[in-house]
Write a protein that binds this ligand. Structure first.
Ligand SMILES: *Cc1c(COP(=O)(O)O)cnc(C)c1O
Length: 361
């Protein structure tokens, strides 16, 4: 049998392991920041009828420009956006890849402030864009002066700001984003995958779009929208940015089935986003509970909590798994991340954590 090392693989990919959290079949899965609430029977029926309506036309390619879906997404986002300012792809990961294909590339650099979403650097490297790692403060926020200084020093072609940040949950002040936009010589991507979970009053970077033609705001249906399986991510930016992405997207990248399902999801947004308030309350209660146990927990504007610290986080992760609770080993070395599940799932998380603290710590 030929093994991977026998193949003429790109040198820079040799020895790498694929990205991805373990997909384990356990009772309480709190490791990939999914929304724990599935669609209602009524919504399932609407999805099925939209998909079966499309099925009769599957001999034809989809609408390459996904115009109807982009119109719906623009209306959902508000801020007077139009379809020409919105772009969609198979998950925001594909959106991010297209951004880097268009604005990064050989001889160019991209910069992010870590700990943050590691796919930013992984996608950058996969399209031959050099990655520059900037730092966050001890509270996982960004110091505006230091951030601007780092950008002025490295002059990256693409800057990533994740707000709320994964895996820390930290939302950025809008003023930091404005300072970065002024300092950055190239594109600025604000990854708002978790925006719908932010505390009330947190402004979106979408408010900055009218004055900033090099700003891109990315969103996803995978988290608050409770549609991770659909694979639908999108962005808002100036129309010229969308024109740039058309140069690198594969033709017909978004299947007719995906487009149909995503349009039904946008139409049912009241239901899909209906559990966000409950998840936020559960998140805040989880932070309080962890702190009440003498652990550290980062303030969170997302649907997960980064907590610790554990000298041997692997042992804690394994002990929780043995009790049927799957969390994520991610972020700075002594921390773990728990996604917010249903009330019952969080009760199971608390019981398992309590027991593990008595056994392991
Ligand atoms: C989950 C996540 C995404 C990607 O989500 P998709 O499922 O590809 O839409 C993007 N950015 C951040 C920060 C995330 O946590």
């Amino acid at each position: 049998m030929t093994s991977l090392s026998d193949l003429p693989l790109r040198d820079d990919l040799r020895g790498l392991t694929p990205y991805g959290a373990p997909q384990l079949d356990v009772a309480v899965r709190l490791n990939t920041n999914e929304n724990p609430y599935g669609p209602s029977a009524e919504l399932v029926a609407d999805l099925a009828s939209a998909v079966s309506g499309m099925a009769a036309e599957l001999n034809r390619y989809p609408d390459r420009d996904a115009t109807a879906l982009r119109t719906d997404l623009a209306a959902y986002l508000g801020h007077d956006l139009i379809a020409g300012q919105v772009w969609a792809a198979n998950g925001s990961n594909e959106v991010l890849q297209q951004i880097l294909q268009a604005f990064g590339g050989p001889g160019r650099t991209a910069m992010g402030f870590e700990p943050s979403y590691s796919m930013h650097s992984i996608i950058a490297r996969s399209v031959f864009t050099e990655w520059i790692s900037g730092a966050r403060e001890a509270d996982f926020g960004l110091d505006p002066d230091k951030t601007v200084a780092a950008i002025e020093e490295h002059r990256p072609d693409v800057v990533f700001l994740t707000s709320p940040n994964n895996p820390t949950g930290t939302a950025l002040e809008i003023d930091v984003i404005k300072r970065v936009l002024r300092a950055a010589p190239g594109m600025v991507v604000v990854d708002e995958a978790y925006f719908e979970f932010a505390r009330t009053g947190t402004p979106s970077a979408l408010t900055l779009l009218p004055d900033h033609p090099r700003l891109i705001v990315t969103r996803t249906m995978s988290k608050a929208f409770a549609m991770a399986g659909t694979r639908l991510g999108y962005l808002a930016a100036a129309p010229a940015v969308v024109e740039a992405l058309l140069l690198v997207r594969l033709p017909y990248h978004l299947s007719s089935l995906t487009q149909a399902a995503a349009r039904v999801a946008v139409a049912h947004r009241a239901e899909l986003l209906g559990m966000v308030d409950e998840l936020r309350a559960e998140r805040d209660a989880t932070v309080d509970w962890l702190r009440g146990r003498g652990l550290e927990a980062a303030d969170s504007d997302a649907n997960f909590v980064l907590y610790g610290r554990f000298a041997d986080r692997r042992a804690v992760w394994e002990a929780l798994l043995a009790k049927g609770v799957l969390v994520r080993e991610v972020g700075p070395p002594e921390w773990l991340r728990v996604s917010i599940g249903t009330g019952d799932e969080m009760a199971a998380f608390r019981a398992a954590t309590q027991a593990v603290m008595e056994e392991v710590l």
